[in-house]
Design a protein around this ligand. Structure first.
Ligand SMILES: [Zn+2]
Length: 482
């Protein structure tokens, strides 16, 4: 039997099939586990996500967040302390009700998110203004009973993320943290994972349950829908009050903290890495998060060639470049297609002809170009090229947003924009409660949602609400979403 190693689906014409197919062909996840809505993450995705975690954690630690590991179970009484949090999360919770044969006296939630564990401990740990800001995070898997259709990496009932929780003395300090989280998102998601996004402040009806303000980064999927990626929240003080998170200020008065939380969901971000960078031949990985960065393919059976490929691999390992040799029985063509489909950024080919000239052929997955390189110059060449690869991927990805934002002054223009995979920029009466009715009309008639306002929005060039025609107090962005 010939193993079919080619991958060819037009991503722009048939994104949905492209995505489902590449997840399986590239062995990112096995969807055959017999728990509905859960998946088995395979090495090719895990190796990449491990690197993604590493970069996120490095930045968080550099910004003085301390790592913790909290329990996976949350007592029901913790969960119930903050009213809007309970209301928002209750439909999503898996409950543990038995230990062995014994009915538990109290139910435990499988954590859907861990505010209610962190803040209970904050109340024990934080005493004085000198303890603030108190900055923590954990890397964890969380569970949500999703009833919408699940999609590998994008939406499943268990996902892998980082949640950062910080306590501050003042609301102003807390907002500084929110800005820091947005900067962290740029440093990692954009500059390392090569993903472009826009941060929106969500309207009041779309805030995190228990948040005063919610800011979320929306990544644009190639099919024109937005995917919510990390969000950061200024929580209402109800959390601090409910859990009694207080400190003694300089003036000797006891005050409640202002708490912020930030949640980059790595397994979901991975979905955007697949979707944004992949092409009709399969995956393309940014250099720093590629599961394997260089695949070395010996051409022919020659012993000298085999020895040289081993040597190159060792030389690359010394420079912390992950390389593998493919000396399997597949044909050369099969090997080429296979590793292109897997998205390995660089391929080194070495045959007799190259060996005679002390060089190798290097193939770049992102551009599809080949070039001979002297073996002695290999490390330097790869060092420089790896930077070019990321620049190229960022540039291509940034272009996704180009021409995607369309001003819409009427409902018809709005509908036309979102139906053609664009983001509509509209005047809107209110992002407070009063505006919710207009947002509902948009959702009902166009199946798009109001993503919110932009912090960097300067002009107020549209003066009427796109739906009710009343005075526009905001410029909002409307798009379809996952
Ligand atoms: Zn309106």
């Amino acid at each position: 039997m010939v193993i079919k190693t080619t991958f060819s689906i037009d991503k722009n014409k048939d994104f949905s099939n492209w995505y489902t197919d590449i997840v399986q062909k590239a062995e990112l996840a096995d969807l055959r586990s017999n728990i509905k809505g859960f998946l088995v993450f395979q090495p090719w995705s895990v190796l990449s996500m491990e690197k993604m975690f590493k970069y996120l954690e490095q930045v968080l630690q550099r910004k003085n967040h301390k790592p913790y590991w909290f329990p996976t179970l949350i007592p029901e009484k913790n969960f119930k302390i903050e009213a809007s949090h309970v209301k928002g999360f209750s439909p999503d919770v898996f409950w543990v009700t038995r230990g062995g044969e014994t009915e538990l006296e109290e139910k435990y939630a499988l954590r859907p998110t861990s505010e209610t564990l962190f803040y209970q401990m904050f109340s024990l740990w934080i005493r004085s203004y000198k303890d603030l800001p108190f900055k923590t995070y954990q890397r964890a898997n969380v569970f949500r009973y999703e009833t919408k259709a699940t999609r590998p990496f994008l939406r499943s009932r268990e996902f892998h993320w980082i949640e950062a929780h910080c306590a501050h003395a003042t609301q102003e300090d807390a907002m500084k943290q929110v800005y820091e989280d947005m900067e962290t998102t740029k440093e990692v998601l954009h500059d390392i994972f090569c993903l472009p996004f826009i941060f929106f402040e969500r309207p009041s009806w779309d805030k995190f349950p228990g948040a005063e303000r919610t800011f979320a980064a929306d990544v644009l999927n190639p099919d024109g829908k937005l995917v919510q990626q990390p969000s950061t929240h200024l929580l209402k003080q109800d959390f601090a009050k409910g859990f009694n998170v207080r400190f003694k200020d300089k003036d000797e008065k006891e005050k409640y903290c202002w708490i912020t939380c930030y949640g980059p969901a790595v397994s979901r971000i991975f979905a955007s890495v697949i979707a944004v960078h992949g092409d009709n031949k399969g995956l393309r990985f940014p250099w720093k998060i590629a599961p394997v960065q260089v695949i070395i393919i010996p051409i022919g059976e020659d012993k000298e060639i085999k020895k040289q490929t081993e040597k190159i691999k060792a030389q690359l390992s010394e420079k912390n470049i992950s390389a593998e040799i493919d000396d399997s029985d597949k044909t050369l063509g099969e090997k080429f297609y296979f590793w292109e489909m897997k998205g390995v950024p660089l391929r080194i080919e070495l045959g007799k002809r190259e060996l005679a000239k002390n060089e190798v052929i290097i193939f770049r997955r992102d551009t599809g170009k080949k070039q001979p390189v002297k073996i002695k110059d290999l490390s330097d060449y790869i060092g420089k090229t790896s930077e070019d690869i990321d620049k190229h991927l960022i540039h291509e990805a940034d272009n996704l947003f180009k021409d995607k934002i369309i001003n819409a002054k009427t409902k018809a223009e709005l509908k036309k924009a979102v139906d053609s995979g664009k983001i509509a920029r509209c005047g809107f009466c209110s992002v407070g409660k009063e505006g919710e009715k207009c947002a509902e009309i948009i959702e009902k008639e166009t199946s798009a949602t109001v993503r919110g306002t932009r912090l960097d929005e300067k002009s107020k060039d549209i003066d009427k609400c796109v739906i009710c025609g009343k005075k526009a107090n905001h410029i909002v962005y409307v798009a379809k979403q996952y």
